[in-house]
Design a protein around this ligand. Sequence first.
Ligand SMILES: *Cc1c(COP(=O)(O)O)cnc(C)c1O
Length: 402
Amino acid sequence: MSGLILCFGGVSIGVREWFVVYYFDYNATTPVAPEVFDAMVPYLRDRWGNPSSMYAFGHALKGVIESARESVAALIQADAGEVVFTSCGTESSNTALCCGLNAHPERRHLIMSGVEHSANLKTGAYLESLGFRVSYLPVQPDGLIELDQLEATIMTDTAMVSLMWANNETGVVFPIVEIGALCRERGVLFHTDAVQAAGKIPIDVRTASVDYLSLSGHKIYAPKGVGVLFVRDKAPYQSLILGGGQEKGRRAGTQNVASIVAMGEAARLAARNLDAEINRLRILRDRLEGGLLKLPFVCRNGDADARLPNTTNLGFSGIESEALLLLLEKEGVCASSGSACSTGLLEPSHVLTAMGVPRSLAMGSVRFSLGRMSTDAEVDHLVSVVPRLAERLRGVSPKMWF
Ligand SMILES: *Cc1c(COP(=O)(O)O)cnc(C)c1O
């Protein structure tokens, strides 16, 4: 199988194997945009100096990093000085939570929701093991939180609220502006994981009164292994990674220049295409949903309006999602379920479980997420293969599923 073409929704992306991929998993990761790739190559091949060096071959890279910082700042309406480059979205969130709890030693309480990404939930659990108290806000069946409930959960010793801008599994978008205003009014620091929101909906850290915000490169067409933490000017800060004075002492470790350049270019592209992409993807997503929600045993998980334009999470009753995903893979379709394999047992998605989706339906839910390369033809392929595969699986499902 050599010398054949790796296809991407029918478009060649490299010579390796014949492998047609219909990619519906942009919320898991995105390809590196060609413009981003081209922008970063010179910094891997020719300009490989250390930005902290005294001589120009290294030092000149400082300007390159600052230019990337400005591009990222522009995407979220921040000042460049408020942008810290990290190694990933996970590191950004870890850092933000630790900043919040280090800020006021007498404040021992943290609030997040039960549907956060593991980057936040696992850090919350760790902080609990250190003696902090963490409240996990429940979500409604539509995946949204109740603001009243958030307000009632804020205590006099609450240090920080950490709520995601958009959910990776359902695409549900939290009312970040209202949440930010509430936190500001109550004097509580506010972190938001905007990894899924970036490049998909407008982000304005000022109108949302955000203190800390996490971004990840590989969800916005930059490579894996680069992230950003926005830290509002004068917000309390403590670096998680100790060492050299890079990033103005806010994140030690020699800067990953090529990936930082990539992040800047990815942010620039995202900002430039945002409005057009929102409309294009929403139409495409509605086409996908229109095709699959016609099936009597399919339903949508999550609010129909307050959500990202590119994401749909569908429950297939009487079907196990892993089985459907295996059959879909044979048709070249890449998608995912939020199920987690813990201790050898498949567990339903914690997001759907928190929304009160019945276990059997949660075990039969699949996330389809669209992106820059998604086309009508790709969606039509999906809509043409799913009904047949789903019917087949429903035919062989054990009675207990019904
Ligand atoms: C992917 C993702 C992360 C983690 O980002 P990494 O760069 O992979 O560490 C965090 N939060 C959300 C919502 C994500 O989708």
